[in-house]
Design a protein around this ligand. Structure first.
Ligand code: GLN
Length: 270
């Protein structure tokens, strides 16, 4: 099979499908996407063709592209993902940008999943150390692999913990992208999202349970003037900011993502 045979055929099914096919072709051949597009006559080896057809079949089952190829790009790095973790979304880069606005020596990432937030922040701040926790042991195994592949494993301690349950110490920075989808909204999610762990997406009920758990103890684990920064759903700004204030946090602010939708709440300990 030549590239040209597979790509235009599937392109007829729409631009998104064409993009996916191009990415899957790149994955199957080890080329980058640009090479796939400029070499339409290159022929696939039998092995590449078998891999490509397998990847297309997986995508057709409704799995996200990230789960099909097993990795996703975030803040210019590649992270491994499995069905044990939430797939990192571009919106979460808003939290990273905000966290990097000030220096920090140590951080705590609550509900780390693939480890994307803690690993990115430690990779960007070579002098910092951190703890990343998750209730899921299988998620922690994915985070560990990502910490290794980005050279931060010696500065990141991984801990199995239900929010603060097994966490001691004080930190300059606490970050989290907790499950925040409401029970009702979860029922309406796109089928490909259902390949992600339910506990990574929704705490049930009104979607705020994780923020209640985090804000209740954040001050205990932050150094004076330390920062708490959490990702939120686009309509949760007011409610989460109120939880921050009730917990006595200072300088509470809601920040928008690149689409202009509320995405992050930040506050500072007193
Ligand atoms: N941003 C994800 C979504 O909308 C949710 C991530 C989360 O719950 N932390 O699917």
């Amino acid at each position: 099979m030549a590239f040209a045979l597979s790509i235009p055929l599937d392109a007829a099914q729409g631009p998104e499908f064409a993009r996916d096919v191009c990415l899957l072709m790149a994955e199957a051949t080890g080329l980058d996407r640009a090479q796939v597009l400029i070499e339409p006559d290159r022929r696939l080896t039998h092995e590449e063709e078998a891999k490509f057809l397998h990847l297309v079949a997986e995508r057709r089952k409704g799995k996200s592209l990230a789960h099909v190829v097993g990795h996703v790009a975030f803040w210019n790095r590649r992270f491994r993902v499995t069905e044990d973790v939430l797939v990192p979304r571009p919106e979460t880069e808003t939290l990273i940008a905000l966290a990097l606005e000030e220096p920090f020596r140590d951080l705590l990432d609550l509900g780390t999943g693939s480890g994307v937030i803690a690993v990115t922040l430690l990779a960007e701040c070579q002098d910092a150390v951190g703890i990343a926790c998750d209730i899921s042991a299988t998620a922690l195994a994915v985070a560990e692999g990502n910490a290794r592949s980005h050279g931060v494993a010696d500065r990141l301690h991984l801990e199995q913990s239900d929010w603060f349950e097994c966490i001691g110490g004080d930190y300059d920075l606490i970050v989290s992208n907790p499950p925040y989808i409401t029970e009702d909204a979860y029922a309406d999610l796109a089928p490909e999202v259902l390949h992600e762990p339910r506990i990574a997406l929704t705490p049930g009920g009104d979607g705020l349970a994780a923020y209640r758990a985090i804000t209740a103890e954040a001050q205990t684990h932050l150094r004076p003037r330390g920062r708490l920064i959490v990702e939120i759903g686009y309509d949760q700004g007011a409610a989460v900011a109120e939880l921050f204030r009730e917990a006595g946090l200072d300088e509470v602010a809601v920040h928008a993502d690149l689409d202009g939708r509320d995405r992050v709440v930040a506050g500072r300990s007193t």
